[in-house]
Design a binder for this molecule. Structure first.
Ligand code: KG4
Ligand code: ZN
Length: 338
């Protein structure tokens, strides 16, 4: 089935073409340069940029796939969660195409897209535990099959990516912070600075990162105006290590809560899953628990439309269709989405 997918939940205008053989095109018009100046995404600017970019990106994605609009067999788009004005742009564009061409249409939960990014190049080993770590979300999800999810633990405050982004801003590094922290941390010493891991108590499945962000701010204040490059590298290393320690701790707690035999695969999803140290830590966790772990392809970790088209394709092949009256949502738990 040839599916056109559209993603516009945050600051990437993305369109992809997928079929039974995989991804035929996966284009992204990034707004990073537009938002960098503000140190984060400005919702109204994001919506305006989606409006300007979406049709050129759509045309280019079709061209790269070698498809005409007549050859598209179904349309999928992110219906949420995300910045609502941004979601509306991609969703209404997708619905217009579906309406004009009389095509089947499905709305996709953005988090389901991130999870199914792991399924694009090879089928996932199920049941699985998936750690979703992005700029907007941090949660452990038990996945029995595509479309069947149970959220086990989630962050009570900031998401992991948001913590890295906010800390990077405090450190004057720029935006988005995750990759900049990773680069700086590579030159830092392990254990030179110690930062707190939130909700550390045994058996606690939820995450908390707000204390970590505050600790970084206090450290920076204590360092004063003349912070050396070496100190900044040590701080970045401590921050990255604390985030990863928390992610591994809570993933292990979720595995314990599920009990033996209920998980075969372990997966990472979302933008922070690009982080090499996190991937290494998951490799070790999977080996210790005798689980199958395959890191997601980096191009499908950060926001993209291939993952949305792929998740939509799963739903379409299962016979699901959404009405063209489907609404957009800013928040909605993954477990309630069907
Ligand atoms: O999945 P994503 O593109 O957008 C959301 O749905 O939120 O994730 C973006 C997040 C940002 O917080 C960014 O800093 C983080 O992913 N990120 C990384 C890396 N690359 C992107 N964090 C750590 N290490 C990286 N290499
Ligand atoms: Zn995302």
């Amino acid at each position: 089935m040839r599916v056109l997918g559209i993603e516009s939940s945050c600051d990437e205008t993305a369109v992809a073409c997928v079929d039974d053989g995989g991804v035929r095109s996966n284009l992204i018009s990034s707004q990073v340069d537009l938002h960098r100046h503000f140190g984060g995404v400005v919702p109204e600017l994001a919506s305006r940029a989606h409006l300007s970019n979406i049709l050129p990106v759509l045309s280019a994605a079709l061209e790269e796939a070698g498809w005409t609009l007549d050859e598209v067999e179904a349309v999928a788009a992110t219906a949420g969660p995300g910045l609502i004005g941004a979601v509306l742009m991609g969703l209404s564009c997708a619905k217009s195409v579906a309406w004009a061409r009389r095509l089947p249409f499905v709305g996709v939960h953005h988090i389901e897209g991130h999870i199914l990014a792991n399924d694009i190049e090879r089928p996932m080993t199920l049941p699985a535990l998936v750690l979703v770590v992005s700029g907007g979300h941090t949660q452990t999800v038990w996945m029995e099959a595509p479309g069947r999810y149970r959220v086990l633990g989630k962050t009570r405050d900031d998401a992991a990516g948001e913590t890295l982004d906010k800390a990077a801003k405090l450190m004057g590094l720029g935006y988005p912070g995750g990759p900049l922290i990773e680069k700086l941390a590579a030159g830092g010493r392990a254990g030179a600075i110690s930062l707190p891991v939130g909700l550390r108590r045994r058996g606690e499945l939820d995450f908390s990162f707000s204390g970590l962000k505050t600790a970084v701010r206090l450290r920076l204040e204590a360092m004063g105006d003349e912070v050396s490059e070496a100190d900044r590298a040590d701080l970045a290393r401590a921050l990255q290590d604390a985030v990863i320690e928390s992610l591994v701790l809570k993933t292990a707690a979720a595995l314990d809560a599920l009990g033996a035999g209920r998980v075969r695969g372990l997966y990472l999803a979302g933008g922070v899953a690009r982080n090499a140290a996190l991937r290494d830590a998951f490799e070790s966790l999977a080996a210790a628990r005798r689980l199958v772990f395959t890191p997601p392809p980096p191009a499908y970790c950060t926001d993209n439309a291939a993952m949305i088209a792929w998740a939509g394709r799963h739903r379409l092949l299962a016979g699901q269709r959404d009405s063209l009256q489907l609404g957009a949502f800013a928040r909605r738990p993954l477990s309630s989405w069907s």
